[in-house]
Design a protein around this ligand. Structure first.
Ligand SMILES: Nc1nc2c(ncn2[C@@H]2O[C@H](COP(=O)(O)OP(=O)(O)OP(=O)(O)O)[C@@H](O)[C@H]2O)c(=O)[nH]1
Length: 200
């Protein structure tokens, strides 16, 4: 069937991962092209939106940046429920954060949307000297679990736009009825709303 021009796709995306893995920093880099050395730990969750043009579609990501601290774990289903995509983030210099990422993958496989596009981000790829998780190990794990894997650096911007772009390419082109996000904006100091677009 011939394509009928550009499609507009709304996609709820959630970031999950250990405390300090760099979830907020990846979002800040993607949405504002900024990086801060001392990013504060997220409280609850924060919301952002960002539009990305891919070949055949314009994807509006509705991004939930969750808090990695264990005490917020029970809130996570609110954010991944109905999500079209997830980025599970670990820190390549921290083996425990990779183990935590695997736990998130298991939880999403058990309770998330079965068609969810899942990306595994090995973040802080600029800190090569401190690496504890090899790219090979993460790649094998990703392949075995139907995720795609990229090493990213929020600091240098390496692969940040690319990981969102790869997700955008993989999203189903047929949208389910009306906005499935059921979105309720969070309260509290971690909550931020940003709307912008990029990438002609
Ligand atoms: N060198 C380097 N540091 C990074 C990178 N990404 C994040 N950081 C730093 O790591 C720390 C934690 O980053 P955050 O973005 O707050 O991590 P988070 O996963 O959102 O943490 P929580 O909100 O506590 O769950 C901050 O000091 C960041 O500056 C990166 O790619 N490279």
């Amino acid at each position: 069937m011939a394509s009928s021009g550009n499609k507009n796709i709304n996609a709820k995306l959630v970031l999950l991962g250990d405390v300090g893995a760099g979830k907020s920093s990846l979002v800040l880099r993607f949405v504002k092209d900024q990086f801060v050395e001392f990013q504060e730990s997220t409280i609850g969750a924060a919301f952002f939106s960002q539009t990305l043009a891919v070949n055949d579609a314009t994807v509006k990501f509705e991004i939930w940046d969750t808090a990695g601290q264990e005490r917020y774990h029970s809130l996570a289903p609110m954010y991944y429920r109905g999500a079209a995509a997830a980025i599970i983030v670990f820190d390549i210099t921290n083996q425990a954060s990779f183990e935590r990422a695997k736990k998130w993958v298991q939880e999403l496989q058990a309770q998330g949307n079965p068609n969810m596009v899942m990306a595994l981000a090995g973040n802080k790829a600029d800190l090569l000297d401190a690496r504890k998780v090899s790219a090979e190990e993460a790649e094998i794990y990703a392949q075995e679990n139907s995720l795609f894997f990229m090493e990213t650096s929020a600091k240098t911007a390496t692969n940040v736009k690319d990981i969102f772009y790869e997700i955008a390419k993989r999203l189903p082109r047929v949208q389910p009825a009306e906005n499935p996000t059921g979105m309720v904006l969070p309260n509290g100091p971690g909550a931020t709303a940003v709307s912008s677009s990029c990438c002609a």
